[in-house]
Design a protein around this ligand. Structure first.
Ligand code: ATP
Length: 355
């Protein structure tokens, strides 16, 4: 059952198309993340759901109500922005109570609600502090408490973590996710950070140039990207084209690749190989889809080393591979050293035909 339903939504800024034919349904209690590069329209989509932008055409319905033309105040949501957006002259308690005040809640009731909300975001007893006395992460927790204080049916988060340092960002993202699940509040979050999207979302909506590219669970968009853009944008990828020469065999520039999936002989296929699926081999033992390669770039990144490899004996383009530090056991991955690698047959993920 769709709780929020966006149908055929379009938005132009002059000649510029910010949103093109957006179709999206969100279930009650779901956490949906809008993900894409800068300028892809994700914030515009969130602001349109909030009524802070008006679409040129299309409809939005929420909990069975057509809200397409309603002003923000008549829509039922709480929102958190990137830049905290707390009132600097109001203390924490007054900030959290802001929406309650304007809804004329009773004095005791809203004091109690403020206490509840501050406890919920892990900052009890801070009601008399001012935003300037709080860290960025604490301010964002207060912004979240304010957004949730009125018990909105929908929570909208516009890059809520991007102004925070890396450690605080990771901490707060799991807090937000836990809170969202505990409250069961339907949530739509905007981010350009793919890891954040994968870590938090029930479903991710990948956008580019105002259009939705793919909607799916984090696992689905990572393991079965719908197009090259999604494959490249979510994680790293090697996109290779090979021609089937037998039902499970394809010719990749002279290298014979065994594929776990059945292929149609004579047809060209495109595969995605994730760098972490490439295996580093020890000796010269027989192994499917193995090849020798020279390391042309090597980056040690702590938990793993990311290398760019130039395949030997074949006129193949460079391959990216990622080797876990645990398995390297002192092996050198220095530039110009030669290694033997394999691409496991099951790691050749078939891409849909290019549009
Ligand atoms: P970012 O992460 O950079 O905010 P985004 O995906 O959220 O990217 P939007 O903010 O939705 O992108 O903007 C989409 C495009 O629409 C951008 O190219 C932006 O310059 C343009 N745009 C947004 N708001 C307006 C406006 N009020 N007037 C004109 N153009 C706008």
């Amino acid at each position: 059952m769709s709780h929020l339903h966006i149908h055929s939504l379009n938005k132009q800024f002059g000649q510029f198309t910010a949103l093109a034919d957006i179709e999206l349904t969100v279930a009650k209690g779901e956490f949906v993340v809008l993900l894409g590069p800068s300028g892809c329209g994700k914030t515009t989509l969130l602001r349109t759901i909030a009524g802070l932008e008006q679409q040129d055409s299309g409809t939005i319905s929420h909990a069975g109500r057509d809200i397409s033309a309603l002003p923000p105040g008549q829509r039922d949501y709480g929102i958190v922005f990137q830049s905290y957006a707390l009132f600097p002259n109001l203390n924490v308690g007054q900030n959290v109570a802001y929406g309650l005040n304007s809804r004329k809640a009773g004095r005791d009731a809203f004091r109690q609600r403020v206490d509840e909300m501050l406890a919920l975001v892990g900052l009890p007893g801070t009601e008399n502090k001012f935003p300037s006395q709080l860290s960025g992460g604490q301010q964002q927790r207060i912004a979240l408490a304010r957004a949730l204080a009125t018990r909105p049916d929908l929570l909208l988060l516009d890059e809520p973590l991007s102004a925070l340092d890396a450690i605080e960002r990771v901490r707060l993202r799991s807090e937000i996710r836990q809170l969202q699940q505990a409250l069961g509040v339907t949530t739509i979050m905007v981010t350009h950070d793919q890891e954040e999207a994968l870590a938090m979302a029930d479903r991710v909506v990948v956008m580019r140039s105002g259009r939705i590219q793919q909607i799916g669970t984090p696992h689905a968009i990572y393991r079965a990207p719908g197009n090259d853009f999604v494959a490249d944008f979510i994680g790293r990828s090697n996109l290779i084209t090979a021609r089937a020469i037998a039902p499970h065999q394809a010719d990749y520039g002279g290298l014979m690749l065994h594929s776990a999936q059945a292929l149609e002989t004579g047809k060209s296929y495109r595969f995605n190989v994730r760098p972490e699926d490439v295996q580093l081999l020890d000796g010269a033992e027989a192994q499917d889809n193995s090849l020798y390669a020279r390391i042309i770039k090597s980056e040690f990144l702590g938990a793993y080393t990311l290398v760019t490899l130039a395949p030997a004996h074949h006129s193949l383009p460079p391959l990216q591979a990622q080797f876990s530090s645990n398995y390297l056991a002192g092996r050198s991955l220095a530039v110009d050293s030669h290694v033997r690698i394999a691409i496991p047959a099951a790691s050749l993920c078939l891409m849909p035909d290019a549009a």
